[in-house]
Design a protein around this ligand. Structure first.
Ligand SMILES: *Cc1c(COP(=O)(O)O)cnc(C)c1O
Length: 371
């Protein structure tokens, strides 16, 4: 069976360096808030082209803590509205509801799967304070337009960059466009730890300090607590691992792009809709890092079964849209037709950075012979 993403094989490539990094942490006798976290924060902020990176426990916390910090600063109050894509992963929305803010779900563009500035503009109300663009599947949202809209209406922008490490528009990376961004380093993400990890990036020094404080029990000085904080810290050991893997991120992204362009040029079947071509996109060919290669088909479930019978694992991102989840029962009756169509039609093909040529050929052959 060809795996969807062979994480063991991904990490095996860096095995000796990862072991060296872990050994260094074990032997240091220092496991929380030390040199490794500092080193990774500085390497990742440099990579993203921002002034600050604050390591946190996971991607959900990264998003949650930024919104929380804006509340502490008085920029947001309970009941303010946050605009977010209706077809995102549920974490984006949980970060909003966790802060007693109101998620306003916006339909995506059916071609790019991302929110468009026109749809966002239609959803603005007196209570809108924040836009949360989600760079879904690794494809960046049109950030120049979003920032222009946000500036015009004096709104805050937090990028959900959990799937888009290293993507850029006009040379400016995901995580450097908004007033802040949340990243996840969940093992399956393009930059993945060997456990849970996340980070906030921002150019706002006050915000960075506040996020770090809130994630450390609301304490800047040991045993002095200024805020009702939480415990959300990046471990030394995950930071050391991430510093190793960050060095290879760009080359892994290049491999993903090669796989994606091979799929785009070789898969031809009228039952499958391939991802919208970014080479012609105004956002440029660096705006997509292919975290996921997502095709659409009205016969999606048959296609998934056909792929599995042919020995290829696929996944669905995501089978149930957030507004249809039991967790958000108050939204269950609302209808988002574009989002619902996407959820019933999408299928993600293997695009991992360690796929072999014969594996890719098998994926392509199956896609082409599906009837
Ligand atoms: C993975 C993901 C998150 C959450 O990250 P965790 O580290 O799993 O908490 C948030 N948003 C999106 C779009 C994601 O893909």
């Amino acid at each position: 069976m060809i795996p969807f993403l062979d994480l063991k094989k991904v990490n095996q490539q860096y095995r000796s360096e990862l072991i060296e990094a872990c050994t260094r942490v074990i032997d240091s006798g220092w496991y929380i808030k030390g040199r490794e976290v500092e080193a990774f924060e500085s390497a990742f902020s440099e990579y993203c082209g921002v002034k600050h990176c604050v390591g946190v426990a996971n991607g959900l916390d990264a998003l949650t803590l930024v919104l929380r910090a804006w509340k502490e600063q008085g920029k947001l109050v309970d009941g303010d509205e946050v605009i977010v894509s209706a077809n995102t992963y549920i974490a984006s929305i949980l970060a909003i509801t966790e802060n007693n803010l109101i998620p306003v779900l916006v339909e995506p563009d059916p071609q790019t799967f991302n929110v468009s500035v026109d749809e966002i503009a239609k959803s603005l109300t007196q209570k809108t304070r924040v836009i949360m663009p989600v760079h879904l599947y690794g494809r960046m949202v049109d950030m120049p337009s979003i920032m222009a809209l946000a500036n015009k209406h004096d709104l805050l922008v937090i990028e959900d960059a959990a799937q888009a490490h290293g993507a850029s528009i006009n040379g400016v990376k995901a995580g450097a466009w908004g007033h802040a961004a949340g990243f996840s380093f969940y093992p399956g993400k393009n930059l993945g730890a060997l456990g849970d990890a996340g980070a906030v990036t921002t150019n706002d020094s006050e915000l960075a300090k506040l996020v770090a404080t809130l994630g450390n029990y609301g304490s800047l000085k040991k045993y002095v607590n200024d805020y009702v904080g939480v415990n959300s810290r990046l471990d030394e050991i995950q930071a050391a691992i991430l510093s190793v893997k960050l060095k290879y991120l760009d080359s892994e992204i290049e491999t993903r792009r090669t796989v994606a362009s091979l799929y785009c040029s070789s898969i031809e079947n009228e039952l499958l809709v391939l991802p919208y071509e970014d080479s012609e996109s105004v956002l440029g060919d660096k705006s997509h890092v292919w975290h996921l290669f997502v095709v659409k088909s009205e016969k999606r479930d048959d296609l998934a079964r056909y792929m599995r019978d042919g020995g290829v694992s696929t996944l669905i991102h995501y089978p149930i849209p957030p507004h249809k989840q039991q967790a958000f029962s108050t939204m269950n009756a609302i209808c988002y037709p574009v989002t619902e169509a996407i959820h019933s039609q999408v299928l993600s093909l293997p695009t991992g950075p360690v796929s072999e040529a014969d594996e890719l050929d098998r994926v392509i052959d199956l896609c082409n012979s599906f009837k």
